[in-house]
Design a protein around this ligand. Structure first.
Ligand SMILES: *Cc1c(COP(=O)(O)O)cnc(C)c1O
Length: 379
């Protein structure tokens, strides 16, 4: 194959479903409602969203936060985790997971991942537990639940907290329970490109623990004791969810399962076309446990393959090209090599994935991907 100009239609990496038909009308209605009441902070919209999100996740409480990162940070703070403590995190994750740990003054301890799923390896987590370990953060990366059963057992045995970073796994289930409901707390992001996205930054923590929910809520609201706006019971911050974002996310929630189902259909199609090829998909542990936030394959010469795809109008992403422990910000937190993470970082490639993807888009992406992999391989 020689390089040629694109002849097919471009394929976008994502589609935010922000004004999609009926959902779009629900969103507009929600926005108008918030403006009509001029209650932009707190109030009914926030309470209604929190109630709906807790019900969806199958937990007793949800507390809206200003972002997913804030959700993680304030969960750690509420648990009293800080200087002198260690928290185990997978080496393959978005930087926010480790950032939250370092931001509260604790040490992130990076562990390796399973080579098939690129999710935290429970044995590596077990081996990393020491006297200073206070928690494990399981990250359900790409939309797939980490091995929550093994990690629940491990954290119970060690007497430490299991926190879920479910920022990429809204609605993923395992044995009928949803992401966020397995740990002491589950942290979500509603960043616009997530499976359930706001019109800006937003997040939430879900938990069954009333004291933890109350502590996190206080921290998001300047440490205010509930019902006492001038009594600051603890040092907090401005970490609340905006009423506008709560209303937008709430308005989109009825479509989440359908959008996830559409993502999974495209993922199944990709998996069929790419199985046993040199662009092998990262494997799915259990079909039901995945909501296909991203569709990730591993290819040799990734950056060159990516350029060829771009030339054909196919947008891709890389999650993540530099593992957290190798970025300058975490140079003080390196704790040895984590070979699977380091090797896969040069090979992972995220293909177009969103609820509007059509079967012919997937066909075209796979066709060009396989040709590109072959082309860079023979050069
Ligand atoms: C998006 C994301 C976050 C952070 O969420 P923000 O809302 O952007 O702060 C944390 N962890 C993971 C795995 C994410 O993908």
């Amino acid at each position: 194959m020689t390089a040629q100009a694109s002849t097919g239609a471009p394929v976008a990496f994502t589609n935010l479903m922000s004004m999609d038909g009926e959902a779009g009308r629900a969103i507009s209605g929600a926005v108008s409602r918030v403006f009509a009441t001029e209650r932009f902070v707190g109030g009914r919209e926030v309470a209604a969203f929190e109630e709906a999100w807790a019900a969806y996740c199958g937990t007793r409480y949800a507390v809206g936060t200003s972002s997913g990162t804030t959700a993680l940070e304030l969960t750690l703070r509420a648990l009293g985790i800080g200087p002198g403590d260690e928290v185990i995190v997978p080496g393959n994750t978005f930087v926010a997971t480790a950032e939250a740990v370092a931001f509260v003054g604790a040490r992130p301890r990076f562990v390796d991942v399973d080579p098939e799923t690129l999710l935290m390896d429970p044995d590596a987590a077990a081996a990393a537990i020491g006297r200073a370990t206070r928690a494990i953060i399981a990250v359900h990366l790409y939309g797939q639940l980490a091995d929550v059963e093994a990690l629940q057992r491990l954290s119970a045995l060690a007497g430490i907290a299991l926190i879920e970073d479910a920022a990429q796994a809204h609605g993923a289930t395992w044995r009928g329970r949803r992401a966020g409901a397995f740990g002491l707390a589950g942290c979500f992001s509603f960043y616009p490109s997530k499976n359930l996205g706001a019109a800006g930054d937003a997040g939430a923590v879900v938990t069954d623990d009333p004291d933890l929910a109350a502590s996190i809520r206080r921290l998001t609201d300047h440490g205010r004791a509930q019902g006492h706006p001038h009594t600051h019971a603890s040092i907090g911050t401005t970490g609340r969810i905006d009423a506008l974002q709560a209303a937008v996310v709430h308005a989109k929630l009825p479509w989440l399962d359908e959008w996830n189902a559409r993502r999974r259909r495209s993922a199944d199609h990709y998996r069929k076309l790419l199985a046993d090829t040199p662009a092998a998909p990262v494997s799915w542990r259990f079909d039901e446990a995945h909501v296909a936030h991203l569709f990730v394959v591993q290819v040799p010469h990734r950056d060159r393959v990516r350029m060829l795809l771009e030339r054909e109008g196919i947008e891709t992403g890389v999650h993540y090209p530099i593992p957290c422990h190798l970025t300058p910000a975490f140079s003080a937190h390196r704790n040895g090599r984590i070979p699977v993470v380091e090797r896969s970082a040069g090979r992972v490639l995220s293909l177009p994935m969103h609820p509007r993807l059509e079967p012919h888009d997937v066909d075209r992406v796979c066709d060009i991907l396989l040709r590109s992999v072959e082309e860079v391989g023979v050069r």
